[in-house]
Each structure stands twice: as structure tokens, then as C-alpha cells.
Design a binder for this molecule. Sequence first.
Ligand SMILES: Cc1cc2nc3c(=O)[nH]c(=O)nc-3n(C[C@H](O)[C@H](O)[C@H](O)COP(=O)(O)OP(=O)(O)OC[C@H]3O[C@@H](n4cnc5c(N)ncnc54)[C@H](O)[C@@H]3O)c2cc1C
Length: 443
Amino acid sequence: MKTDVFIAGGGVGGLALAAKLASRGVHVVIAEQLKRESPVYKGELLQPKTLAILERLGVLDEVEENGHVIDQLRFQEVHRNRGSTPEEINLTELSYSRVASIYDHALMVPHEKTKEILRNKGKEFDEFFHYLPGARFMGFEKGMAKVKRKKETFYVQAQVYIGAEGRSSPTRDAMNVHVKRKDYNHHFLTVTIPRPESFTKGKIITTSSCFLGLFPLPDNEVRTVFLIKAGEYKRIQEKGLESLYQAYSELEPELAEGVRTIKDWKTVQLMIPFTYHVDRYYSGNLAIIGDAAHTVHPMAGEGMNLAIQDADVLGELLAWCKEEGKNYSDYLHYYEDIRRPRVEFLLNLSHLSALVYSFQYEWWRKFRMKAVQRIYDDDQLHVKQMLNISGLGKWDFTLVDRAVQGSMLPPRQKRVSDQKQRQYLFSEAEDYPWKRNEKGRIS
Ligand SMILES: Cc1cc2nc3c(=O)[nH]c(=O)nc-3n(C[C@H](O)[C@H](O)[C@H](O)COP(=O)(O)OP(=O)(O)OC[C@H]3O[C@@H](n4cnc5c(N)ncnc54)[C@H](O)[C@@H]3O)c2cc1C
């Protein structure tokens, strides 16, 4: 089998890349080991930059129809009272609308739905899009991709090979890159439960020792994420589901009914956060995207987004190479030049957000509460935080910012103008610089 681009892995990253390439007349073969939908929870929050990318792909309307809008994130600190309602001690609301963009919200969409929409987009270009379910990429032999499907083994010859296999990546192995994993002192339990219709805002509820993240989905459901100490899952299971019902109800009484629909621990998924970032994204005519190249702590909801954003830059680059008759491998460095620093920045931001919830001391909680409140009180911090997590741009935090956040300096009164923050939004020339570099202008 021959193709322009071979993609190992049909997750969100692989599918976003394949749909883009096929829509631009680049022939792709995608080998996906699974035959059907995966029951595993793998993230649902689509950040504003991802929505912009999905719009360019022509699927945003469908994604919006299947999503729940998150325009604000609420951070609520409470005192938990045994058997009764919690007492609120602080509430901070951060808003995506502080970002000067038409993409002023995030969206909660079931993971498999996003994949289905991307796959269907690719299928519209059936001359170029060859999706092989139940096909496992085994590695490289004789310079070709070796694929196993049922009992058959075959080879795919491509001009460029992309590893989008997620955390365990044979393409990455073939590139011989270094992966250094960093673990955390906590794990998460995650489960979707029903929510009241009026429960529509994304919310993180914390005490000095508890963390419950709540992210509404369509169809009156809510994704819940409950922090536990690393290695405690077995002990929690032994205590029984009643202890989980109690914890949820005491932190968010509105979900007291919904949580009781969990009848079996099997529906509760253990999520072990860790992070790594490879030093190289490409080698010769091989490149890796998404979780094959980096894994992020889930606190800032970036994993899926980074994969789709990688796919966007790489897809534009490869499509441009095809259109201009250029050799793919000569231009892969652009993909790494653009994506690696942006990913590194968001990995650090997510790591810091994780640290904020990693320690169970009362003094740490007081510090955290003030720091989060400062992001709201100081418009520059608010804009930077939301702009950075949106993926639409990058505006570094300065020492002064951190001093304001740490209450060493007072909050600044000045509101950040839209004109000012637009300097920090990624322009098309920054997203796809090869077009300008090659022609002296954006083509
Ligand atoms: C438990 C869990 C919870 C997560 N929670 C969040 C979250 O809340 N928010 C968030 O943004 N992100 C979250 N993530 C991260 C997010 O799922 C990933 O960052 C994102 O899915 C990466 O996309 P990807 O396409 O790179 O990889 P994946 O989504 O992992 O897709 C890889 C695909 O490749 C296939 N594959 C693997 N090996 C082969 C092979 N050899 N041959 C053929 N096919 C192969 C797999 O079956 C899979 O379909 C979570 C991840 C996990 C595992």
C-alpha cells in the first residue's frame, strides 16, 4: 500500500491531522488498533484555540451542537460539614470572555463524539482518506510501516510517517527520543453522573484536603473529577460507595442525587496524572504528535487540545508541502520550532496549577485562596491566565505578576485593553511561518 502520509493512531490528534490532510488533497492512511469506540475517559474540554481549528476544518457547528458551553470557571473554597451543607468561604469566577477573541468559551464534548465528527469529516474526502480500524502499527521494517490487521500483516510505504499512538508510541521508539516521566503525589477518580438542568457552570470545589472538579456535559450530565492521595484507591474502594456519595454530597449538595446513580466501582475510572516532554518531535521523515510527544497534568484541561493543535500546525505544513511540491522531510523542523515551545509553556502552566492543589495544609489553602482571588482582582493576571489556557496566544507571567499574585504587591487597577492583549494572540504568520519565510509573505 502506498500513500503520502501514514498515521499510526486514530485518536483525536491522528484524526484531526488526517481530516485536514484529506481535505487538502493529501493522501493519508490511518491505522487505528481499536475496532470500535473506546469506553475509556480521555478528556472532554475543548479550549478556544481548538474551537478555532475546528472551525477551519468546517466542523465547529456540529461540535457546538454536541457540546456544553463553559464560559466561566468557578473556584469555590468551602468548609465541609459532616452530613450537612458546606459553608462557602470564598468564590472566584474566571471568565473566558476576558480574552479578546470571538472564541470566548470552552466546550465540553464527549471524547468519542469529537472523534466521530473528525472521522466523518475525513470520510467526505474518501479519495484521500483511508481509515483502517482494527489495524495495529507494529513498527518499521524495510523503511515501511508494518501493520497487522486480523491475521494479515502488510506494509505501508509513505513519504512521511506520523506517530499519533498516544502514550505508548512505536514511532517514538523508532526515533530513539528520550522520555523522562514525572509523577505526582495524587491521583483522580473520574466518573460522569446526572446533574440538575440548572447546574451549568464549570466548578472546582476545594477544602484544605478535598478537591472536586465538576464540568457539565450535554444531556444533563456532569464529568466529575475527585482528587485522592496516590495509592489510596484500593482503600477508598474498601470503604464502599457510600463514602463517595457522602463526599460528593457534602461538597456539592446539588449532586447528592446524581452521585447515587453510581452503582459499581467499575464505572469509576482511576486517572494517574504524570507528565513528560520529548526533546525531538521529528527525525528524518518521522514525526510524533499529541501524547506520543508530550503528556500533561490534566488540571488545566489541555491534553486533547495540545494534540489537536499539533495536528493543525503539522497538517498545514504537510498540506503546503504537497501543494508547493516540496519535500516533506525538509520542512518538518517548522513543526517542532512552533509547537515545542508552546507545549512546554502549557506543560509548565498545568504543572503549576497542579501544585496549587497538591498539598493538604490549612496554610497552603489560605495561600491558594488568595492567589486564585488575585487572578480575578488583577485584570492583567486574569487576562494572562485565560489567554494562556485558551491556547489562542501566549503572554508570559512576569515577576511583578507573581508578586501581585503572592500578595507582595497590591492588585493593579488598570484594565487591559483588547488592543494590548491582541499583541499576544498568535497570528497566522506565527502559526504557519513557513508560508511567509518561503515567499516573503503569507500565501
Ligand atoms: C485517563 C485519561 C484521562 C485524561 N483526561 C484528560 C482531560 O481531562 N482533559 C484533557 O484535555 N486530556 C485528558 N487526557 C489526555 C488526552 O486524552 C490526551 O492528551 C489526548 O487524547 C491525546 O490525543 P492523542 O491523539 O495524542 O492520543 P490518544 O487519544 O491516546 O489516541 C491514540 C490512538 O492511537 C491508538 N493506538 C495506540 N497504539 C497504536 C498502534 N500501535 N497501532 C494503531 N493504533 C494505535 C489508540 O488506540 C488511540 O486510539 C486524559 C488521558 C487519559 C489516558
